[in-house]
Write a protein that binds this ligand. Structure first.
Ligand code: CP
Length: 311
């Protein structure tokens, strides 16, 4: 079971808790492969998604995960809700809580918003991305995919390539992986490298070719056009030329290296279409694994007591 009421980030959870989530996701993935993808494990449990920012993968995979476990999932459409009349975050959550919601999956543009809600509601909170802070369930599904494909995380060199400054995915990957002793490299233009990065225990590069050499896993970040303030980058075509993952650059990786991207992709900017289609690309598997990992999280946070309870 997880130690805290809420799952807010990978910075403040233990390696043992991460192990428990990743191990619980293995039997969950078996359920996804079945013809009948439904178990009664969380029957009678109620959760809601509260997304103040757009999402395809995270929101729908939590909804699908809830359905496979027989939990009831309400998706609050924030753009047509009373939030638009000025209702506060706490009042919105409390309204749903008194209707019986036990867990919220929440995405918000402000860093710390899920932490704030967690302190002000009895319901459990799962952070589905808060500003530029963390995206823990993406970090967990990335770690699950790395472990599944490459084995022991402590033996790997993982290179995170791209817009680290704006990336909550990068932060959750780093906080999670350094707990396992993984060698984590980060490579980005100098304008997209946050000052606190060195203190997180990662190797920082500004030369892509040097960073990719000897890499077992390359995790390419989406260039977050919506969060770029003017002047950080000269142009998208230059970004692609100097920082994009091209077929030529794949030659620098270890021969069995895997290629990851959290999505959504800007094809032709941070990743070339043929790189996504490369046999070593696991981008689609990351999405499938996202359902299994989120099933594990819901199971552990909404009443599952042990693996014998899953079926
Ligand atoms: N990777 C990710 O968070 O994707 P969505 O924005 O589609 O949820």
């Amino acid at each position: 079971m997880l130690k805290y009421k809420d799952l807010l980030g990978l910075r403040n959870i233990t390696k043992e808790e991460i192990d428990e989530i990743l191990e619980t996701a293995i039997p969950m993935k078996d359920i996804i492969k079945r013809d009948i993808k439904k178990v009664p494990t969380l029957r009678g449990k109620s959760m809601a998604t509260l997304f103040f920012e757009n999402s395809t993968r995270t929101k729908s995979s939590f909804e699908i995960a809830a359905k496979y476990l027989s939990a009831d999932c309400t998706n609050l459409a924030v753009s047509t809700s009373s939030v638009q009349k000025g209702e506060t975050l706490i009042d919105t959550a409390k309204t749903l809580e008194v209707m019986g919601i036990e867990l919220f999956v929440m995405r918000h543009g402000a860093s710390g918003a899920p932490h704030f809600l967690g302190r002000n509601t009895k319901a459990r909170i799962v952070n589905a991305g808060d500003g530029m802070n963390e995206h823990p369930t993406q970090g967990l599904l990335d770690m699950y995919t790395m472990k599944d494909k490459k084995g022991d995380l402590s033996n790997l060199t993982v290179t995170i390539l791209g817009d680290v400054a704006h990336s909550r995915v990068a932060r959750s990957n780093i906080w999670g992986l350094i707990k396992y002793g993984t060698k984590v490299r980060v490579v980005a233009p100098e304008t997209l490298i946050p000052v606190e990065l060195q203190k997180m225990g990662v190797e920082v590069y500004t030369d892509v070719d040097k960073a990719l050499k000897g890499t077992d896993v390359v995790n390419v970040l989406r260039l977050q056009k919506e969060r770029q303030s003017s002047g950080l980058l000269p142009s998208l075509s230059e970004y692609n030329k100097f920082w994009g993952l091209t077929e030529k650059r794949l030659e620098l990786l270890n021969s069995d290296a895997i290629i990851m991207h959290p999505g959504p992709m800007n094809r032709g900017v941070e990743i070339m279409p043929e790189v996504y289609e490369n046999p070593n690309s696991v981008v689609d598997e990351q999405v499938t694994n996202g359902v299994a990992v989120r099933m594990a999280i819901l199971f552990l946070m909404m009443g599952g007591k042990g693996s014998e309870d899953i079926n």
